[in-house]
Design a protein around this ligand. Sequence first.
Ligand code: SF4
Length: 331
Amino acid sequence: MTSQAREREAVLEVQHLKKYFPVTGSIGRIGGVKGEVKAVNNVSLNLYPGETYGLVGESGSGKSTTGRTILRLTEPTDGKVIYNNQNIFELSQKELKSVRRDMQMVFQDPFSSLNPRIRIGKALEEPLTIHSIGRKIERQDRVFEILDKVGMRAEHYYRYPHEFSGGQRQRLGLARALISNPKILICDEPVSALDVSIQSQVINLLQQLQDEFNLTYLFITHDISVVHHISDRIGVMYLGEIVEEAPTESLFASPLHPYTQGLLSAVPGKHRTQARERIVLKGEIPSPLDPPTGCMFHTRCPFATDRCKVEIPQKKEISPGHVVACHLYDE
Ligand code: SF4
């Protein structure tokens, strides 16, 4: 437990989360399970009320699977997610339904799940209908209210999904997530598909909505600049594990893990100069089907020693809330 965790009460606790996917194929003449992909491996993090926790890492680091598993959009292999003093992994589907009202997901492409033949107003009403919230007229009023909150007009209620631009679609994705008045939003690359100017509008909107509704965000992205702008705290993921976690300013002022240093120094502009020295990330992230032994990062780390190849580094708190898993900080 970090010093910060001891001082505040979390709204959501993720404890030792694991999500392994079986890999099937032929073994000799018969089919069977060949192995498993450890997409998420022992991830623990806390979300505190009203904060934004940024989860950052390269493609394939397990960020999105972490978000989806927390919400049980995919079932976990092991671990706990504690919300309102209950482990949501132990809830029945009926009990899970009421928890889902409080926790919603915002996707990169929110319209991929929408029926193109249903008007947007009806699509936004759907979560209220599923959760039996309000009478029909009240549900309609709520849709008009939330359209206004995300900067859309009342007339948009009657339009179809294909009639909206990328930025408008993401506003509507937010509206759909907010319609049931949740407490926590898990945002999975919500601005990655947008132009830079539209990105900043959507990020500003996310921050306004957070202030207005005291929302807590888990913000998943591969983009260091975006995560710097929006996050209060950041977790850096590599091959299914969080290798460094820190308050945003602490992480950018003194990144400790060589992987974090590599991520920061790869970004042009101010983040590069804040990294202690230029560290070039060589090669691709290894396959999670056959991950490296010892420290997962040793195959790409310029400071790797023989010890790193065999011994898994344990997490250590170096300064308040700044935790790193690397043998360089053992002394
Ligand atoms: Fe590099 Fe070793 Fe630290 Fe891993 S434990 S990041 S290989 S120095």
